[in-house]
Design a protein. Structure first.
Length: 285
């Protein structure tokens, strides 16, 4: 949790520097210093709200004196006209935070909404949806948080928290068995406690993995449905199974019905539509 907060604060600091630079000269030139005001976060789309908790940290970073009254929390279904929160305080501070809050919440809500649709499609199966590393550079923490808010499951965060032996690793290592043995030796030599997953491209490679030991999860990549069902039967619950490659909202249920534990979808983060929302001034009575 502490590392999450540190990561988030670093992101907010860098994003504010990028946006504000040496000052919000429009607000500074048009609005008197010290003017107080109120704004509301207006939702303009149907979907799943995400990023409220991040918005609170952004407002705090900009001006700890800002007061936020949350009406709708992360994970809630929203529709046009809903008001997620009100923020009160320095108008200069509200406007300095506005674009970062909107960019974050619109993007995160789009990811959460897409994930939620997939989770609903998988209802009635034992399969869960995973995200991938196909994220926007610098925004991985936020996009993976949005996947969780939408009901999905996070895969590895980066290259450091799991060994995932993919086709290139196998080919460079000289084969499946050699790659697995090298990974096990590396973990032992470095005193690591991380899982090993390996990608297989066909039943032959699958059998080679099964005959080896030390793997926690098998990634079945670009298998046709009949091959995937065969692979799941061969594995027979001895390993955690994951399907990947070309999985979309149109076919994800068919993949799940093959019996895999997880389906991984890069589309959760790399090609989502952001939810439309705006931060609007509230006129004083």
């Amino acid at each position: 949790m502490d590392s999450d907060i540190t990561h988030l604060k670093t992101f907010i600091r860098q994003a504010l520097i990028e946006d504000i630079g040496d000052g919000d000269h429009t607000s500074l030139s048009t609005i008197p210093a010290g003017q107080q005001g109120e704004a509301k976060l207006l939702v303009k789309d149907h979907g799943i709200l995400a990023g409220v908790s991040v918005a609170l940290e952004i407002f705090k970073a900009v001006d700890s004196a800002l007061k936020v009254e949350v009406h709708i929390s992360d994970g809630a279904e929203v529709q046009p006209g809903d008001i997620a929160f009100f923020v009160k305080g320095s108008v200069h501070s509200i406007l300095a935070a506005e674009r970062l809050v909107l960019n974050v919440m619109q993007r995160m809500s789009g990811v959460a909404t897409t994930t939620h649709r997939v989770v609903k499609l998988l209802e009635g199966t034992d399969t869960k949806v995973l995200d991938t590393r196909k994220t926007t550079p610098g925004l991985r923490y936020l996009e993976k948080l949005a996947v969780k808010i939408g009901g999905g499951v996070n895969h590895r965060f980066g290259l450091y928290d799991m060994i995932l032996i993919k086709d290139n690793h196998v080919d460079y290592a000289g084969g499946t068995a050699k790659a697995i043995e090298a990974a096990k030796s590396y973990i032992h030599a470095n005193g690591l406690n991380i899982p090993i997953e390996i990608e297989v491209r066909n039943i032959s490679e699958l059998n080679e993995v099964i005959n080896s030991s030390g793997v926690d999860r098998i990634l079945l990549d670009n298998f046709a449905f009949d091959q995937l069902k065969e692979a799941v039967a061969v594995i027979n619950k001895r390993f955690i199974t994951e399907a990947s490659g070309g999985i979309t909202e149109d076919n994800v249920l068919e993949y799940a019905q093959c019996g895999v534990d997880y389906v991984s979808m890069g589309a959760l983060t790399h090609s989502v539509k952001s939810l439309d929302m705006s931060l609007k001034a509230v006129e004083s009575n």
